[in-house]
Design a protein around this ligand. Structure first.
Ligand code: 5GP
Ligand code: ZN
Length: 118
């Protein structure tokens, strides 16, 4: 838990979220500002700043997150594919510095690349 981290506050329940999935290692919840008909985030429960801060000890956790992406995308109604995005650091335009995997989809094809709707 990192003080002043909005995603740590979601994990602890201090801030509300619409949960998609939870276990002892990870939490998935819908993005508050969806950029597609399906848009949720998968995060580790441990506070890791970004993909730039992972090492081989995180391999199992990262594998779990990637495995969950397709299962949860389907559960959320994205049955013919989805997109995963991990924005990292300043160049990657990361806004929340708690590692998160965006999963975007729906029943229509997404734009070739994602641009923010608003
Ligand atoms: P980033 O730009 O860091 O890759 O993405 C951060 C994402 O977190 C954004 O898509 C933003 O809408 C989402 N987000 C930020 N604050 C909250 C929040 O309090 N609740 C939820 N559900 N999503 C949030
Ligand atoms: Zn955090």
């Amino acid at each position: 838990m990192s003080e002043n981290c909005v995603f740590c506050k979601i994990i602890s329940g201090e801030l509300p979220s619409t949960k998609v999935y939870e276990d002892e290692d990870v939490l998935a919840f819908r993005d508050i500002n969806p950029q597609a008909d399906v848009h949720f985030l998968i995060i580790p429960k441990s506070h890791i700043e970004s993909l730039a801060y992972v090492d081989t000890s995180h391999a199992g956790l990262l594998g779990k997150i990637m495995t969950l992406a397709s299962v949860l995308a389907e559960k959320e109604g994205s049955i013919n594919g989805f997109r995963t995005i991990v924005n990292t650091g300043e160049v990657g335009r990361q806004d929340v510095f708690h590692l998160h995997f965006h999963v975007l989809g729906g029943d229509k094809a997404l734009p070739a690349m994602i641009y923010k709707r608003s």
